[in-house]
Write a protein that binds this ligand. Structure first.
Ligand SMILES: NC(=O)c1ccc[n+]([C@@H]2O[C@H](COP(=O)([O-])OP(=O)(O)OC[C@H]3O[C@@H](n4cnc5c(N)ncnc54)[C@H](O)[C@@H]3O)[C@@H](O)[C@H]2O)c1
Length: 308
């Protein structure tokens, strides 16, 4: 079962899981209707709100579910506008998933985020460091990691998660996060030849291409349980880090005449509170993580994907 399956990551993850396990064996669920994302139409789909734990439990039994990939969440930019909703869905949803997993003996993948780091974390964020995020979104992600750890330690629910950096993909739009500019810029470049970027040109953030993120997700879930250490619910994984200006310059090299203005809005504050780089040595050591996409490869893949 995949929750929040119609979102940015769900679109790509459902496709890969269905390739691997068969279309009929992956149940996509979301609070939105399937018409919102026809890319997910090639297999079973159910409307499910993640805070409705009774419906989740019934669906798990009806479809004989063995693992939940829990992607439903309110992301950082939307979460700061609606902090109560963010808390309710992100924390409440994670509790529903973990309780359902405990009752039905399921494995759980619940992603975390680089938003768990606050301004006091080193600019190259280590795996282990105090987690004092300033955003409500980041706080809910820290709670999510702690809950997942608790269910592993207390109930032996096999929970795993990655701290995704900003993810860049083309099959589905980005869903209300601070790193959305790194996706929107490609759409704008191809449609209008111009983008007004909502963070400053020198803003540097950890990013990753979706193919790396999905591969990392599958690799983490496939790793033998004895290779998974204490970072199980929030492994740092690094792709690459670039400034908004470097991204714009790379796109301009491929799209003639592309221009970009930098007009920071309040999302600049969230971006500034996050690290510039991620130290992923623990993931490399435990389950042999390695990113494959550099900036040029990402720009080429995005332009090719969106031009088809
Ligand atoms: N995309 C990124 O760059 C990024 C980075 C770090 C972490 N993450 C994490 O990855 C996960 C997936 O993110 P995404 O980018 O695909 O988000 P998204 O916003 O694109 O998709 C989230 C989906 O959840 C659904 N949803 C919202 N409320 C729901 C509810 N109550 N019940 C069921 N579904 C609900 C939405 O309809 C949406 O389809 C989240 O946990 C997010 O925090 C994403």
């Amino acid at each position: 079962m995949v929750t929040g399956a119609l979102g940015q990551i769900g679109t790509d993850l459902v496709e890969e899981l269905r390739k691997k396990y068969g279309n009929d064996n992956i149940l996509a669920t979301d609070i939105r209707k399937i018409e919102d994302n026809p890319g997910v139409e090639n297999g079973p789909f159910e409307i499910l709100s993640v805070i409705d734990s009774d419906s989740m439990d019934n669906m798990v039994k009806e479809y004989d579910i063995q693992a939940i990939y829990h992607l439903a969440a309110i992301l950082s930019a939307t979460g700061e506008e609606k902090p109560e909703l963010c808390k309710k869905i992100n924390v409440g949803g994670t509790v529903s998933v973990l309780e359902t997993a405990k009752k039905n003996n399921l494995r759980v993948y619940a992603p975390s985020s680089i938003a768990v780091f606050g301004p006091d974390a080193p600019k190259t964020a280590p795996q282990i460091t105090p987690l004092n995020p300033k955003t409500m979104y980041g706080k809910t992600k820290v709670i999510g990691e702690n809950l997942a750890n608790e269910y592993w330690h207390n109930y032996r629910v096999d929970t795993r998660g990655l701290r995704y950096p900003g993810l860049i993909s083309w099959k589905s739009p980005a869903g209300g996060g601070t790193t959305d500019y790194a996706v929107e810029i490609f759409h704008a470049a191809l449609e209008k030849g111009h983008y007004d970027c909502f963070v400053d040109s020198n803003t540097r953030l950890p990013m990753m291409y979706i193919d790396d993120a999905i591969r990392g997700t599958l690799e983490l879930m496939e790793a033998p349980i004895n290779e998974i250490g204490n970072s199980r619910s929030g492994y740092n994984i690094s792709g690459l880090s670039f400034t908004a200006q470097q991204l714009a310059d790379s796109i301009a090299e491929k799209i003639d005449g592309f221009t970009c203005n930098f007009i920071p809005d309040k999302r600049q504050i969230y971006a500034d509170s996050w690290p510039d780089y991620i130290d992923d040595s623990q993931a490399k050591e435990d389950w042999k993580w390695k990113a494959q996409f550099n900036l040029e490869k990402i720009v080429d893949s995005m332009i090719e994907g969106l031009s088809d």
